[in-house]
Design a protein around this ligand. Structure first.
Ligand code: NIG
Ligand code: FE
Length: 414
């Protein structure tokens, strides 16, 4: 039994309700000016004014007493959308994009995701683990204490299972909480280039059952996009995934509005992601289906595209979450503070809305709302101590790292 007391904390946190925070609730942040946090065995045992917390402590000896000096304390970031398990960077492709070649054209020509598939297939599980662990370590320094990681660079049964195995190992052997997602429908692999139907069949009849048997993945995601998977193909794959017990996510309307958001609403997916080109009908469908919109403003920035319409989504009652999309192609971003500043300065979210988006709503998007995403008794003692006066410092100090320290289950990580 270990007990730690953090005092002089200026706490800012959303609070868990019965559903993700939507509309005005997205901007509701609770503040304790002179707060204390009692941590017992890595979880929050009590949180509040000093006197209340001392009462809960009941005179028990603490192993450590840490004075946070009045600094702002927020929940650890939850990054609900990454592709952080791969074997090589694609910086040369970034130069091609800068020279004007569109992202989807690069994919069509056998590059992009397909070039990551080649390096992942050639890599051993240990090599993948070492490469990805370094990425995760960097995200931890930026305050990410819970992270979702998608497979999707294997694109055959053996290599998708290999990726999920590595993602599972990252969860067990690194400090962060890791949520694995199966994304075998990330692209049509080269060997199926002319027969996408056969690949959809392989996904439904072989890959999904094998993934469920392996027991690592909690979600199934799909890239619903022009030249990748159509809406009917996406529906067929996701319905099968649901039948087998996986929860659903969709990369929807990232480049073109195919109707992915409408499909997400119809299927009542846990989340729809990207949504740069989502239509009004798509936004209405998300609100109607209780779907979390996971927005990735660093991807829009890196693709030089207009940001997703966060304000319209919040106004229409769609809960918004924020994520990095960390991947070797469209967005090599490891920093949730950078995403936070783009949300505020590029998408016009308030700092309070962005904080809920980067913590509690992000936790809902990956089924972690009982463990993470807010500072409340019973949850993991995952938090970030900021360098500044309030969470707005994350946007105010844009491009830097306004973080004093990062704590995971009550242990100092950075
Ligand atoms: O979310 N859109 C599809 N997948 C990723 C990019 C993956 C890659 O380029 O390697 C995304 O943008
Ligand atoms: Fe993505």
């Amino acid at each position: 039994m270990t007990l730690k007391l953090f005092k002089n904390a200026h706490v800012f946190t959303p609070r868990t309700g019965p559903a993700p925070a939507a509309g005005a609730a997205q901007g509701e942040i609770f503040e304790i000016a002179d707060g204390c946090l009692l941590v017992e065995n890595g979880r929050i045992a009590a949180l509040g004014e000093r006197r209340e917390v001392e009462e809960k402590r009941g005179g028990r000896a603490v192993e450590m007493e840490i004075d946070l000096d009045g600094a702002p304390v927020i929940p650890g970031f939850v990054d609900p959308h990454t592709h952080a398990c791969f074997a090589a960077l694609r910086e040369e492709e970034f130069s091609m994009r800068l020279a004007g070649k569109p992202y989807l054209e690069i994919l069509k020509a056998g590059g992009g995701i397909l070039s990551s598939v080649r390096s992942v297939r050639a890599a051993s599980g240990d090599e993948l683990f070492r490469f990805s662990k370094a990425l995760l370590d960097a995200t931890l320094r930026y305050g990410t204490t819970t992270i979702e990681i998608k497979s999707g660079y294997g694109l055959d049964t053996e290599n998708e299972l290999k990726l999920l195995d590595v993602i599972d190992r990252l969860g067990r052997e690194t400090p962060q909480s890791v949520v694995p997602t199966f994304m075998g429908a990330h692209a049509v692999p080269e060997e199926y280039g002319t027969k996408p139907d056969a690949y959809v069949k392989l996904l439904r009849d072989e890959m999904l059952p094998a993934v469920v048997k392996q027991g690592v993945a909690r979600f199934c995601d799909i890239f619903c996009e022009e030249g990748v998977f159509s809406v009917p193909e996406s529906r067929a794959i996701l319905e099968k995934a649901r039948e087998l017990g996986l929860k659903l996510k969709i990369h929807a309307d990232e480049v073109n509005d195919l109707g992915g958001a409408v499909l997400a609403g119809e299927l009542r997916a846990a989340s729809a992601e990207h949504l740069l080109a989502a239509s009004d009908a798509g936004i209405a469908a998300l609100a109607g289906g209780g779907v979390v919109a996971v927005l990735l403003p660093a991807t829009a920035y890196s693709l030089k595209k207009p940001f997703a319409r966060a304000r319209a989504m919040i106004e229409r009652g769609v809960p918004v979450a924020l994520a990095t999309d960390l991947n070797p192609g469209s967005c090599f971003c490891r920093s949730m503070p950078f995403v936070f500043s783009l949300a505020v300065l590029g998408m016009n979210m308030t700092p309070e809305e962005a904080l809920t988006g980067a913590t509690l709503n992000a936790a809902w998007a990956i089924g972690m709302e009982k463990e993470a995403g807010s500072l409340e008794p019973g949850k993991l003692a995952d938090f970030v101590v900021l360098d500044g006066r309030s969470p707005a410092a994350l946007a105010y100090a844009s491009g830097s790292r306004p973080i004093r320290s990062v704590w995971k289950t009550g242990e100092k990580m950075a």
